[in-house]
Design a protein around this ligand. Structure first.
Ligand SMILES: Cc1cc2nc3c(=O)[nH]c(=O)nc-3n(C[C@H](O)[C@H](O)[C@H](O)COP(=O)(O)OP(=O)(O)OC[C@H]3O[C@@H](n4cnc5c(N)ncnc54)[C@H](O)[C@@H]3O)c2cc1C
Length: 372
């Protein structure tokens, strides 16, 4: 059986690998003519790394990225508001959270495929459902018949718009600039992900590997397209210096999809951002797509009937994926409070939150559904 995947992002590529490991044949159709990624980093949390361990990729990812053992939320003066120590989970799963350049991760994933499995320059134009076979039409004029389709084509998924009810895309009213620079952070920050919370802004940074740092900066609002260093002056000279020397800065508008049910129809299902795009406030969007990939492949192996496969996949994944979307949305609102009194109360409450509460929440977040 051949399974066709629309979209060669982290979700689509990881699904392809997970399916291949279970003995399936895959074809991945990607709109881009070459797979080059936005100049940014990504943090793969312990749950994603558990999946990559099962796929035999965790050692390579760890060796090509930088391990992160603490997550610090700090104020503008870098005073800690919340400190999450990840050592408990590192010991429990014998794995660390890894910060890595997106292009490096993508290359590790692409290396798992032959040329015959990756169809670049294939932008899906339409998909028509048949009783057992769907017809995939691409903008390059090519048409393919498909027994099983996975729509991993991101938040604006063509697969979803062709076959599913309209979903509600939600703008978070936050802009996010991202950049990378050749730099080594002060030693105390090298194994940490730091996120500063200011007045309607956030600034986060992490070391990706020796000599390479990734940062992201968020600001409430939707109109401004050029980043202004003045908006982030409150974080001090380390931050302004990093912004100043960064050559390429990419802007994204933060949005998600209001959680919805029924991720499949006929022989087609949705995965990753196409099914449950989230704001990036928990750093879990890709991690959830990676969990989807692992569960979907295991469900394909276990069940002969495609309806059973899709029902089981959705029933295992939906609760956690939706919880991430909802919690992340709330965190984004709390992080951008503009009222100084509310900010003080927020910071106080976060400072007195005992470590075991954080750990309990992470226990749920990092737990992946075990399947053969
Ligand atoms: C600022 C920011 C920071 C983030 N940081 C993190 C983080 O630290 N950790 C984390 O886990 N997540 C993070 N995320 C979220 C993460 O990037 C996404 O959740 C993840 O990339 C989703 O993967 P995906 O494969 O489902 O979708 P995408 O990455 O969107 O990939 C979809 C693919 O489908 C292709 N495609 C689209 N339409 C078509 C078509 N019609 N035909 C063919 N191909 C098509 C696209 O070209 C793309 O390659 C962040 C997101 C943002 C915005």
């Amino acid at each position: 059986m051949t399974i066709d995947i629309i979209g060669g992002g982290i979700g689509g590529l990881t699904t392809g690998i997970a399916l291949k490991r279970k003995g399936f044949t895959v074809r991945i159709f990607e709109q881009a003519s070459e797979l080059k990624n936005v100049g940014a980093g990504i943090v793969l949390a312990n749950n994603a790394m558990q999946v990559y361990k099962r796929l035999g990729l965790s050692d390579e990812i760890t060796s090509k990225g930088n391990t992160i053992s603490q997550i610090n939320i700090v104020d503008q003066k870098f005073k800690i508001i919340s400190n999450t120590n990840l050592q408990y989970f590192e010991k429990k799963h014998n794995l660390k959270n890894v910060a890595i350049h997106r292009a490096v991760l993508q290359q590790i994933l692409i290396n798992q495929f032959s040329e015959e499995e990756l169809f670049l320059d294939h932008k899906l134009e339409s998909i028509v459902l048949g009783n057992t076979i769907s017809t995939l039409k691409f903008e390059n004029g090519k048409t393919y018949l498909s027994e099983l389709v996975v729509g991993a084509d991101g938040i604006y998924s063509k697969v979803r718009t062709c076959l599913f009810d309209a979903v509600q895309l939600r703008k978070a009213n936050q802009l996010c600039w991202r950049g990378m620079l050749k730099f080594d952070l002060p030693k105390e920050y090298q194994q940490k992900a730091i996120e500063g919370w200011g007045n309607n802004t956030r600034f986060g940074f992490v070391q990706l590997n020796k000599g390479l740092v990734y940062w992201y900066a968020l600001k409430s609002g939707q109109k401004q397209t050029t980043m202004r260093i003045e908006d982030f002056k409150e974080y001090g000279s380390l931050v302004t210096k990093m912004i100043k020397v960064t050559k390429d800065i990419h802007l994204s508008e933060i949005s998600d999809i209001q959680p919805f049910k029924n991720w499949s129809v006929g022989n087609v299902c949705l995965l990753g951002d196409a099914a449950h795009a989230t704001t990036p406030n928990l750093g879990q969007g890709a991690c959830q797509a990676i969990e989807d990939a692992y569960v979907l492949a295991a469900c394909f192996k276990k069940n002969k009937n495609r309806t059973k496969v899709f029902d089981e996949y959705e029933s295992i994944r939906i609760k956690k994926a939706h919880k991430v979307v909802t919690t992340s949305w709330q965190v984004g609102k709390i992080a951008h409070l503009s009222n100084p009194l509310l900010r003080t109360i927020r910071d106080f409450l976060l400072r007195i939150t005992p470590g075991f509460v954080n750990r309990k929440q992470l226990e749920t977040l990092f737990k992946i559904h075990e399947l053969e």
